[in-house]
Design a protein around this ligand. Structure first.
Ligand SMILES: [Zn+2]
Length: 71
């Protein structure tokens, strides 16, 4: 979690959030993706940690498959 800075308040301390929720657009589908993320300790701004990007991509593709299968 090194070298991360909150884009809202410039705080550099984040907590890991196991079930963070992100809006992602993948192949023109708007998806709500649950994946681990980090939250700013000061203002609660939520983002993805440097080592969490792969998990976000995997979760996004999984959600896309789920949504398109149901459609
Ligand atoms: Zn912040």
């Amino acid at each position: 979690m090194n070298h991360m800075i909150c884009l809202r308040c410039d705080c550099e301390e984040f907590d890991i959030k196991e079930d963070a929720v992100f809006k992602q657009t993948y192949r023109e589908e708007n998806l709500i993706v649950h994946t681990p993320g980090v939250v700013c300790r000061k203002c609660g701004w939520q983002t993805i940690g440097n080592n969490q990007l792969d998990a976000l991509i995997a979760a996004t593709k999984k959600e896309y498959e789920k949504v398109t299968r149901e459609a």
